[in-house]
Design a protein around this ligand. Structure first.
Ligand SMILES: Cc1cc2nc3c(=O)[nH]c(=O)nc-3n(C[C@H](O)[C@H](O)[C@H](O)COP(=O)(O)O)c2cc1C
Length: 271
């Protein structure tokens, strides 16, 4: 149940909460918002966010626990988006647990289709665990390569290359990262593919704003598809489908400036 609570002393009957209730779970009754159809509530918390009086609590969340809005400037956002880089060299140390926790919390606020919030986030936040995982992955890739058991598809050239590079002391898959997040989504989620990618996009921007390095890890995504038995060991539930993976940690180099790429191919529609 959404547990909609109204502070009737504070409510000014403006009706904004009802107006902004996407699924129509709220209605004005005798000049007050009432959750007349709780089964429709998708848990988006728009009612709590929009109320000018801070009169609404929902899902056990109280407005006092929310922060007042203070946006970054467009210049700051532009700098972050153009200045974030894929990091491929990391310090061999753990990120402070409170930093990881904050990152996960903020990323957990990324939108999900129909506000389904059915994501599962597997986190490797300990360098020793990451090293053991890394070691295992490369050992298995080495074995598959040596036994000629890599599947007959274009990805296998990258797997073979990664195994060779590991022998040469280079970490092509994990890019020396101390940590990883692997996001999966419930197979029943309405936006199965999109939710994990959006989650990780927010994760990345927040991480980089905190001075952390990140890199999207397509190679780990492929490895997990090649070795699906690793997924339960990462804690990914059977009910979930692999979304994508990202590596992160304290960077071992610093970039000095943005890169400028110009617009993506853009078509201005006329009708
Ligand atoms: C979906 C996706 C998968 C990626 N997979 C990898 C990867 O496996 N390894 C890697 O080093 N970089 C990976 N990258 C990073 C891209 O190579 C990188 O974004 C691109 O070279 C541009 O550099 P920038 O991110 O610094 O702007 C991936 C990026 C995306 C968006």
């Amino acid at each position: 149940m959404p547990d909609f609570q109204l502070n009737t002393d504070a409510c000014i009957s403006c009706g904004l909460c009802v107006q902004d209730c996407l699924p129509g779970a709220l209605q004005m009754v005798d000049d007050r918002p009432v959750m007349s159809q709780p089964e429709r509530c998708i848990g988006c918390q728009h009612c709590l966010a929009v109320c000018p009086q801070g009169a609404i609590s929902i899902l056990g969340q109280k407005p006092e626990a929310s922060a007042a809005l203070a946006w970054p400037t467009p210049d700051t956002m532009e700098n972050l988006i153009k200045g974030r880089r894929s990091m491929r060299v990391y310090k061999q140390e753990n990120v402070a647990p409170e930093t990881v926790r904050r990152l996960l919390d903020v990323a957990g606020h990324a939108p999900t289709g129909v506000c389904a919030r059915k994501l599962h986030v597997a986190v490797i936040d300990d360098l020793a665990v990451m090293n053991a995982f890394r070691q295992d992955v490369y050992a298995r890739l080495e074995a598959l390569t040596a036994q000629g058991q890599l599947p007959d598809n274009p990805r296998s050239q990258y797997f073979a290359m990664a195994a060779q590079m590991w022998r040469d002391g280079k970490d092509m898959i994990f890019r020396t990262a101390p940590h990883a997040v692997i996001v999966s989504n419930a197979k029943t989620a309405p936006c199965l593919v999109q939710d994990p990618l959006i989650h990780l996009s927010y994760f990345e921007l927040m991480a980089q704003s905190m001075g952390l390095g990140t890199v999207w890890c397509g190679l780990l995504y492929w490895v997990l598809q090649l070795m699906p038995d690793l997924m339960p060991r990462l804690g990914i539930p059977d009910s979930h489908e692999l979304g994508y993976a990202m590596l992160f940690g304290y960077p071992a180099l610093t970039y000095q400036r943005t890169v400028e790429r110009g617009l993506a191919q853009t078509h201005r529609v006329s009708w």
